[in-house]
Design a protein around this ligand. Structure first.
Ligand code: GDP
Length: 298
């Protein structure tokens, strides 16, 4: 039993030192190890297949150069392909030409949206922006209070519906929130929206309505990395029902393997932009494809 993909590859390829080129058998054996490791990392099967096809293709043509032994050569190819599939470069936020930039968060309940809203606000504030959080999760009891708590921790302002007016209409709150940002010179608005335990039509419609009403510059699909392969079907539902411009992976502190990252990126084509890795506001960073590739490779 080998712990990491690079250990596995090194082990199966250790006898090949000095050969000029990898044989078909060597490549097949290697592909099998990669397949097992990726499936164990919860990468969706179609993604595993297309990934292996790419790696095999490149490995076939690869000369085993003097500097790298066959295992190192294959590990280099796997690493490069992982970085490519994860998006290559870190994608930055798309800021509106005329502020405020509107960033909307969407995802299932419990994905970590409200926590993320605080993290993102803190991150943006540290970059010199003046974010305003807008509380549009009016379904979950306490979601508004929770947003106010994270905002206070992050030291940023919140726009929330006035208490005592019933549940309120999230589309209306979002629209008024953006107006408030314009009035009070906030250059970025982060709109927290409601989630459900499972995907449902009403949730999708509400999120799509908010997106249209505020003309969101970025819609970030927030997904718990721990849900593994379910991340793919959830991402597809949000892609079709709402549409999103980027992905945020949360709870990466609990998922050592990162299969969700690979699958969601490959299946939806949307870039992974941020990574959340803990409950504290500072447990957050831009997503770095090369770091995630190293984590998957081990
Ligand atoms: P929402 O329903 O999407 O708004 O999700 P919340 O922001 O309320 O988060 C749900 C739970 O996940 C809370 O207990 C958070 O503290 C926790 N959580 C959020 N992000 C992370 C993370 O990156 N790592 C860990 N370990 N927990 C997180």
């Amino acid at each position: 039993m080998f712990d990491t993909l690079s250990d596995r590859l090194t082990a199966v390829l250790q006898n090949l030192r000095g050969k000029g080129r990898l044989s078909e058998t060597d490549i097949d054996t290697t592909a099998r190890e990669i397949r097992i490791a990726l499936l164990e990392a919860d990468v969706a099967l179609p993604v595993v297949r297309s990934f292996i096809a790419k790696v095999k293709d490149r490995a076939k043509g690869a000369e085993v150069s003097g500097a790298l032994n066959p295992a190192q050569q294959v590990i280099k190819i796997v690493n490069e392909e992982l970085v490519a599939i994860l998006g290559g470069e870190t994608r930055r936020l798309n800021l509106a030409k005329t502020p405020p930039t509107v960033i909307m968060l969407a995802g299932l309940q419990g994905a970590g949206k409200t926590t993320l809203a605080g993290k993102l606000a803190r991150y943006l504030k540290n970059q010199g922006h003046a974010p305003l959080l807008v509380a549009c999760d009016l379904q979950r009891p306490n979601a508004v209070t929770q947003l106010q708590v994270v905002a206070e921790r992050a030291g940023v302002a919140v726009f929330a519906p006035e208490p005592g007016n019933g549940v309120g209409d999230p589309v209306d709150v979002a629209t008024r929130g953006v107006e408030e940002a314009r009035r009070s010179q906030h250059d970025i608005v982060v709109v927290d929206t409601a989630g459900r335990l499972g995907v449902d039509e009403e949730l999708m419609r509400q999120a799509a309505d908010i997106k249209a009403a505020v003309a969101a510059d970025e819609v970030l699909f927030v997904v718990d990395a721990m849900i593994g392969q379910d991340a793919v079907s959830t991402a597809e539902a949000f892609r079709d029902g709402v549409g999103f411009t980027g992905v945020v992976l949360t709870k990466l502190d609990g998922d050592a393997r990162g299969g969700a990252a690979l699958s969601v990126r490959e299946v939806t084509g949307a870039p992974i932009m941020f990574a959340s890795n803990g409950e504290k506001l500072e447990d957050f960073d831009a997503f770095h494809p090369d770091r995630m590739a190293s984590r998957i490779l081990g």
